[in-house]
Design a protein around this ligand. Structure first.
Ligand SMILES: Cc1cc2nc3c(=O)[nH]c(=O)nc-3n(C[C@H](O)[C@H](O)[C@H](O)COP(=O)(O)OP(=O)(O)OC[C@H]3O[C@@H](n4cnc5c(N)ncnc54)[C@H](O)[C@@H]3O)c2cc1C
Length: 396
């Protein structure tokens, strides 16, 4: 963008570039196109291929200046306000793009900005480029069997030994650990201070000695989660992110990037796909279906408006309340999709192995959206205490 370029001109230029590189949605998409699964349920080879398609497209955008739009120039960005990112995403949403894999969002949308904001110069030099361009996938090693919502209770222990750290513990629900290069690890470095103050973050190479990754089976049939065991794993102090004991503040910043990203989530099961399903199954005359479709359309618009407001208000620093609201809105929308397709398909949702059977993958994946990245209850707690001025949750 040049200084003379207005937002309208920027929008036009983005649209022009997109139309040279992608196919317009209207020309192509109907209910049968594009997956409807809320979470991927594919074999490892397919998952790698899908992730690669997302990364190739992202790298093309980076090269053309249409990714990392609001990043500083020195880190490979365009130095523009976040509202330009929103403009580009609105234009991009008009085209057929590769599905966005969750590991890609974690890598480029959460870990990359965290290293940009908190990493040492050395760490930025070593790891940032590959993480920002998506070639080096990252997994979040945060949750543990006894620390999920109460993340500050993590027990994985990091003990300093000169220029190194020795790490022991267990992580769980680690999405994509089985094909990630890096782990974004939250560990307890000081058990003597209050729980929020004794935490430190590391970027750990997953091929390090003492790391064992075991897949978990989900009700969707897939296996995107893992348990990760760390036994006497040695991490160089060069791979510490931020200061010792600063882990809690850093992880909060990382998670707020995830919530911010939810304003633009596009998991399978869109309003347009459900509308097309209603036409295909001749349910579009049903009063009830029409009402449900109207609610879906409203939900779609609310998500978009909230995203626009978040982008307009964002002036650097962590995203505000709109990020938490966006995550809640998205979960509600997924529930509406589930409700509408279940009404349209009835028993066919689970009992028939016809082409609509695939909507079962949406229905079984939707509950996860109320949990991943902080549950709905936790989002509401944050909204209450941080933005509405209500008393904090009691903390033992
Ligand atoms: C699809 C998916 C992907 C995930 N990927 C990852 C990953 O890659 N890496 C990772 O580290 N973790 C990951 N997680 C884990 C996720 O972050 C946790 O599941 C989540 O934070 C909730 O923690 P928990 O499962 O321990 O539930 P709990 O914390 O035990 O919560 C149980 C219930 O109690 C409620 N509750 C708890 N505390 C409060 C409170 N103070 N006020 C009100 N209600 C409360 C919760 O809302 C919930 O309903 C993933 C989860 C999902 C579903």
């Amino acid at each position: 963008m040049t200084l003379e370029e207005t937002t309208d001109q920027y929008r036009n230029r983005a649209y022009q570039w997109l139309s040279e590189n992608l196919t317009l949605l209207e020309e192509e998409l109907n209910e049968d196109d594009g997956g409807v699964a809320a979470y991927l349920n594919v074999d490892l080879e397919t998952e790698r291929r899908l992730l690669n398609e997302t990364v190739v497209w992202h790298q093309k955008k980076l090269a053309a200046g249409f990714a990392a739009i609001d990043w500083p120039l020195e880190y490979g960005g365009q130095g523009l306000p976040s509202s330009y990112t929103q403009i580009f995403q609105e234009e991009e949403a008009k085209f057929v793009t590769p599905d966005v894999h969750e590991a890609f969002i974690v890598t480029t949308g959460m870990v990359a900005p965290t290293i940009r904001d908190f990493g040492s110069e050395l760490l930025r030099e070593k790891a940032l480029k590959g993480i920002l361009d998506g070639s080096d996938t990252c997994v979040q090693l945060l949750s543990e069997p006894d620390a999920g919502s109460d993340l500050a209770s993590v027990a994985t222990r990091a003990v300093r030994d000169g220029k190194e750290w020795i790490v022991n513990g267990q992580k769980v629900w680690s999405s994509a650990a089985h094909f990630s290069k890096w782990g974004f690890l939250l560990a307890r470095s000081n058990p003597e201070v209050s729980k929020h103050k004794g935490l430190t973050i590391f970027l750990v190479p997953l091929d390090a000695e003492g790391i064992e990754i075991r897949p978990l089976k989900q009700m969707t049939g897939g296996s995107v989660f893992n348990e990760v065991f760390l036994t006497d794993t040695v991490i160089s102090d060069d791979f510490r992110i931020g200061e010792e004991g600063q882990g809690w503040n850093i992880v909060m910043a990382t998670l707020s990037h995830e919530r911010a990203g939810t304003e633009n989530w596009t998991a399978g099961g869109s309003y347009a796909q459900v509308r097309d399903l209603a036409f295909k199954t001749a349910c579009n005359d049903s009063t009830l279906v029409r009402q449900k479709l109207a609610h879906l359309y409203i939900g779609d618009r609310l998500i978009q408006w909230n995203a626009q407001r978040a982008a307009a208000l964002h002036k650097g620093g962590p995203p505000g309340a709109d990020a938490n609201i966006g995550k809640l809105l998205y979960g509600m929308q997924m529930d509406r999709v589930t409700d509408t397709v279940s009404h349209i398909l009835g028993l066919g949702l689970v009992a028939e192995a016809n082409e609509d059977f695939r909507w079962g993958e949406h229905v079984t994946g939707t509950p996860a959206y109320h949990i991943a990245g902080g549950t709905d209850e936790i989002q509401r707690n944050i909204l209450g205490s941080r933005y509405l001025g209500l008393p904090n949750e009691p903390r033992p």
